[in-house]
Design a protein around this ligand. Sequence first.
Ligand code: ARG
Length: 466
Amino acid sequence: MSEKKTSNTMWGGRFAAGPAAIMEAINASIGFDRKLYAEDIAGSIAHATMLADADIITADDRDKIVAGLKTIREEIESGKFAFSTRLEDIHMNVEARLAELIGPAAGRLHTARSRNDQVAVDFRLWVKNELLCVRAALTGLIEALLDRAEENASTIMPGFTHLQVAQPVTFGHHLLAYVEMFARDRSRVDDAVERMNECPLGAAALAGTPFPIDRFATAKALGFREPTRNSIDSVSDRDFALEFLALAAICATHLSRFAEEIVLWTTPQFGFARLSDAFSTGSSIMPQKKNPDAAELVRAKTGRVNGHLIGLLTVMKGLPLAYSKDMQEDKEAVFDAAETLDLMLAAMTGMVKDIVVDAAAMRKAAASGYSTATDLADWLVRELKIPFREAHHVTGRAVKLAEEKKLPLHRLALADLQAIHAGITGEVFSVLTVEASVKSRKSYGGAAPGEVRKQIKAWRKRLAKT
Ligand code: ARG
């Protein structure tokens, strides 16, 4: 009881100075938004330049402001800048230092501006830059996949459904499935950049400003296509952050599926592939073990990225227009998701380059489980003109017989096959090997090595263009 009383009066022993210190701790974002320093300074330089061009401040004040901001950038980059929690966030830290450096002129920088549009423009610039980094990383991953797919355009492996051997495919074809996924991720990045490429600076607190500012000039100076069109939306919109997290979550999900396959392939049970020591670790107790830790961590970190998406959606869902302090919670989610996704993409690209395939083990598995049964059924349809449903039935009987005799399909005696359907000829054996099966899948986008090579070529051309 007495202990409870003490902690009540103390309000948590961590906070030495009582409520004011707690307020500072919950309010401050400088611990994480210092990451926005370069964007904040770029935004301020663009704003000050425009203010002078519009005769809202003098050229002399502009020059002092711009020089001071450049000094601050150097101080931050050389680790000399003293960040202060009392000054809450990056915007006020920079402005306070500017006042120390250049005196009263610093007070003119915030004319026709609010922290609400300031943070909106800083964060957009940061997310846009991150999107371009993700795009470059995706391009690198796609190129690595294309190289490996080319090497393995005719490396036979089992294709699975329900994780049961289904039909033979090639490893190259399997890798191209991931090329498609990561290329869609890349196009989602392009869509997101296109949509968010508008500058909120000049919306001020929420209603715009009476000063004769030129929002088109600041938009252009900061590399945006145009200014945003509604001042209320400008300071309350975080769609660009949500879209980044959404595309990051989808991309992470693709990486996770791939990681899961690497985990499976590198088990002794599958034995399809090996990772070098660079991307695996040993066990501290079992000397024989080699664990695919990088793949497992890519799989696990997906949970973290997906969590950030749900986190920010939940922060935003109940907010009335326009700005609320809740929105300060957008940054850590995006920063952590970005850092995590960058690392996941780098690790996956490394594993794709590193992985060594056991073609013999893959081929052996591809031939198991009567994987060419569909080829038999297709042959019956094509050569004997039997309806597919009936061919399916005939093939089922052949598989059952092969199972009883413990033979692969192509080892059944012709007479046995003819007992099931009299029309079957010796020709049928030419379609029952895994090589023949894969080679026959020539439909557009199919598994045939020739098709795989065509798609690789087409992807290389597409990548060279964009
Ligand atoms: N640190 C704040 C944020 O990240 C900046 C905007 C503050 N605006 C305000 N009206 N208190 O959202």
